[in-house]
Design a binder for this molecule. Structure first.
Ligand code: ADP
Ligand code: MG
Length: 312
């Protein structure tokens, strides 16, 4: 209150410091390219490339670190989906979802870049193989993912790309969902979103109905969460990764593995194996996430309850 009183006094004595004419309106979500200093590459997926920058408008080294996502190449109709991804992230506020910070445009270039908070430990794919993570910590990460996802579903979005590579690590006890590049809105009253394109899909994370009918629903995110939980509990070890395991299960080589074979395997009720130190109750949860019938899979709010009781 003292500060407020002092401020009022100050404004009374210097009327123009509070007037709009002297201070140009500053939009904190507009980042100017010339103040962004590249530090290093953070990673890339199918569509985007993420780079670490220091944003330092006062040019005295007091700037902040930000992660900047740009489209990898300007493909025909990508920009539309890209703007959608930005709009979606901008509308999300949750402690387990990566924070939107703003945009950056470059003179002469049509596409905008997405500025988000920088998560210093990268994705779970980078973090887990390098750090000793206890089973309890793994379950905490899983529960935090469910919290972020429960929020996303409450806004009627399906993520469609849940995987360890898209979960970012702030510190050893906090993760956030990232990469909303494939996220779709499901209108009230509808149950699924049917995609037209197929191509470069993360098929080993897909539910059976996504592979067979390209139908994406809240329940198909649950399936992908189950696969991500498997990745977390195997500490993202590449010899136990979902693609490696599924290819092994068909006894084939990577080149021979087709979506047809994957569907056949899942229809025979074959699933990823139980990770080494996985508690029995957690294995049961995983199997529920992989139920062939989407209606039998738990919701994220149900999963949160389950994790709370398992972790107790
Ligand atoms: P794509 O849509 O191409 O898959 P992502 O958004 O998943 O792009 O980002 C690619 C990779 O960049 C991630 O797997 C992660 O390693 C890294 N990354 C993305 N966002 C951040 C961030 N905010 N902080 C740190 N690393 C990030
Ligand atoms: Mg990604």
């Amino acid at each position: 209150r003292t500060i407020l009183r002092e401020l009022t006094e100050l404004i009374k004595k210097n009327p123009d410091i509070s007037s709009k004419d002297t201070l140009p309106p500053m939009d904190p979500s507009v980042f100017q390219k010339r103040y962004l200093k590249k530090m290093r590459d953070l990673g890339e997926g199918h569509f985007g490339k993420v780079t670490l920058y220091m944003y330092d408008p006062s040019n005295d080294g007091t700037g902040e670190l930000v992660a900047v996502k740009a489209l990898k190449q300007e493909t025909g109709d990508a920009p539309q989906g890209w703007m959608k991804e930005i709009e979606i992230l901008k509308s999300l506020y949750h402690c387990n979802i990566v924070k939107y910070k703003g945009l950056c445009t470059e003179a002469g270039r049509p596409e905008v870049q997405l500025i988000m908070e920088y998560l210093p430990l990268g994705s779970l794919r980078e973090y887990l193989p390098k750090n000793k993570t206890s089973a309890a910590q793994c379950l905490m990460f899983a529960q935090q993912m469910c919290q972020g996802m429960d929020y996303l579903h409450s806004k009627r979005y399906v993520h469609r790309d849940l995987a360890a590579r898209n979960v970012l690590v702030e510190h050893s006890s906090l993760v956030k969902i990232g990469d909303f590049g494939l996220t779709k809105y499901i209108p009230e009253g509808e149950v699924y979103y049917r995609v037209r394109e197929d191509g470069d899909s993360p098929v080993y994370w897909y539910a059976i109905e996504c592979l067979k009918e390209l139908k994406f629903s809240f329940a198909s995110d649950i399936w992908s969460f189950g696969v991500t939980l498997y990745e977390i509990l195997t500490r993202c070890e590449s010899r136990r990764s979902p693609p490696t395991k599924f290819i092994e299960m068909t006894g084939g080589k990577e080149e021979e593995m087709s979506v047809i074979k994957l569907i056949r395997l899942l229809e025979q009720n074959q699933r990823l194996p139980c990770p080494r130190d996985c508690p029995h109750e957690v294995k049961l949860l995983m199997d529920q996430c992989w139920d062939a019938n989407p209606d039998n899979r738990p919701s994220f709010s149900k999963l949160i309850e389950k994790f709370e009781s398992v972790r107790r």
